[in-house]
Design a protein around this ligand. Structure first.
Ligand code: SDX
Length: 433
């Protein structure tokens, strides 16, 4: 990191100037270090939504929004999606390097050995209504894990952090599938140690005791790729939520539950569910222009879900891989025309030529096509964001561990611009209007 370069801030109200160090990462935008600004100037910075704010240093994921580049520990997402698998990407994100053969075998075995949940947890589900949203169930159940695994709550013990991390990565598919089974009144399905992470999830979701369940290798590969594409994404809203919760010393299960809650929002991970609902609502290509007119109408708050991104002002590289996977899965299923995929592709083609989207640099993001694949795999719409959470748990836990190990980290405590009433005397009831 280059030292001694500064940015000068001149306060025209007081005539004072301040030298703020300029920081350089390995790549990406330079940063102005404002940590001492308030102490020296009495001024805060103001950045709601953190559009120009770096919250931490990280080595995990790099995004170039202008170029549409996504790297995990330096490896391009397209290369990983094509040549790697979710367990390798999990190892890479958690430990910093791709595993060799022996390391991968041990990691996969360690994760596999943690896929079951405490039997008492299955009764936890019975407290929910059958029609509870699976994200609500997962929020509750993951948070409750801290009540079961007391031997992996000490965040200052690296071994306990590792055990908690493995437990979370391993158990999320089981917890997610149990939420689905509970919602449809079918019995829970236990994980199997002879299956891959993706195959285990599919079997826990769709097998029933009354029949053998055959893993479709195309589905298994597609699911594994979808998990890779959703694994981590720098300091997005839910990852920042996990880091902020973790900065207070909260246990890892509580932090991941907080991440699930944040991911649920339709502006974030809930967008995949919203995209499918939007496509179903539009229904036919002839309705696209009317829908897009609503999107462009300032007075109408309709958004083209699955489009736009805070960082990507070009194609989300994950959307490209997702669209390709869409075609692969549908072809493998012998589905030569899927009306929702046709509709989505027509919508994308029209939007990408429309001045409104071009001027605002709105492109398809990871959520635009994912729902179509999920639907083709038989995943119900209400489970789309749960799947996102299963994958993102690897990223969340990697970022959480990095934060705990960061010597610079301290409790996150932003300030504000106060615009309310200034000090005033109390008004007793008889003087109030
Ligand atoms: C994810 O951060 C991450 O990395 C997230 C994620 C990850 O992997 O963790 O990539 C996953 O959350 C992807 C995004 C999924 N969300 C959606 O698809 C929902 C639809 N998209 C948006 O609501 C929006 O694009 C956001 C939330 C994704 C980004 O919002 P920003 O960066 O705050 O941008 P903005 O809302 O200020 O929009 C800028 C302008 C606005 O117009 P003006 O007020 O300037 O006139 O673009 C418009 C917006 O109205 N706009 C859209 C739009 N997205 C932005 N207009 C129509 N349709 C859209 N989808």
């Amino acid at each position: 990191m280059k030292a001694n370069l500064t940015a000068t801030l001149t306060d025209n109200e007081t005539g004072k100037t301040y030298q703020l160090p300029i920081m350089h990462g390995a790549t990406g935008p330079r940063l102005v270090d404002v940590r001492k600004l308030y102490g020296e100037s009495g001024m805060f910075t103001y950045d709601p939504g953190f559009t120009s704010t770096g919250s931490c240093q990280s080595k995990i994921t790099y995004i170039d929004g202008e170029q549409g580049i996504l790297l995990h520990r330096g490896y391009d997402i397209a290369d990983l999606a094509e040549q790697s698998d979710f367990m390798e990407v999990a190892y890479l994100l958690m430990k910093g390097e791709l595993p060799n053969k022996a390391q991968k075998a041990k990691f996969v075995n360690d994760i596999t050995m943690h896929t079951m949940v405490h039997e008492q947890i299955s009764t936890f589900y019975r407290g929910f209504r059958r029609d509870a949203h699976p994200m609500a169930v997962c929020c509750g159940v993951v948070g409750a894990l801290s009540a079961f695994y007391h031997d992996s709550l000490d965040i200052n013990d690296p071994h306990q952090r590792m055990v908690a991390s493995y437990r979370l990565v391993a158990k999320m598919p089981t917890i997610a599938a149990m939420a689905y089974k509970y919602s449809i009144g079918q019995p829970f399905v236990y994980p199997r140690n002879d299956l891959s992470y993706a195959a285990n999830f599919l079997r826990m979701m769709f097998s029933v005791p009354a029949a053998e369940y055959e893993i479709n290798p195309v589905f298994e590969r597609a699911m594994d790729r979808i998990l890779m594409l959703h694994a981590d994404h720098e300091q997005n809203a839910s990852t920042s939520t996990v880091r902020l919760a973790g900065s207070s010393g909260a246990n890892p299960f509580a932090c991941i539950a907080a991440g699930i809650a944040s991911l649920w929002g339709p502006s974030h991970g809930g967008a995949n569910e919203a995209v499918l609902n939007m496509l179903v609502e539009i229904g036919d290509k002839k309705n696209i222009s009317t829908f897009l007119s609503r999107v462009k109408d300032k007075n109408d708050h309709t958004r083209l879900m699955g489009f736009g991104h805070r960082v990507y002002k070009n194609f989300d590289p994950r959307a490209k891989v997702m669209r390709r996977t869409c075609h692969e899965v549908l072809t493998a299923l012998g589905v030569h025309s899927d009306p929702l995929l046709e509709l989505a592709m027509e919508m994308e083609e029209i939007a990408l030529k429309d001045e409104y989207f071009i001027s605002k640099k709105l492109y398809p993001n990871v959520d635009f096509y994912s729902g179509i694949i999920f639907r083709a795999l038989g995943i119900p719409t209400s489970m789309f964001t749960v799947l996102f959470a299963v994958a993102r748990t690897v990223g969340w836990i990697s970022q959480w561990n990095e934060m705990i190990e960061d010597p610079d980290q301290k409790i996150g405590r932003p300030r504000q611009m106060y615009t309310g009433a200034t000090a005033r005397d109390f008004k007793p009831m008889h003087l109030r209007a």
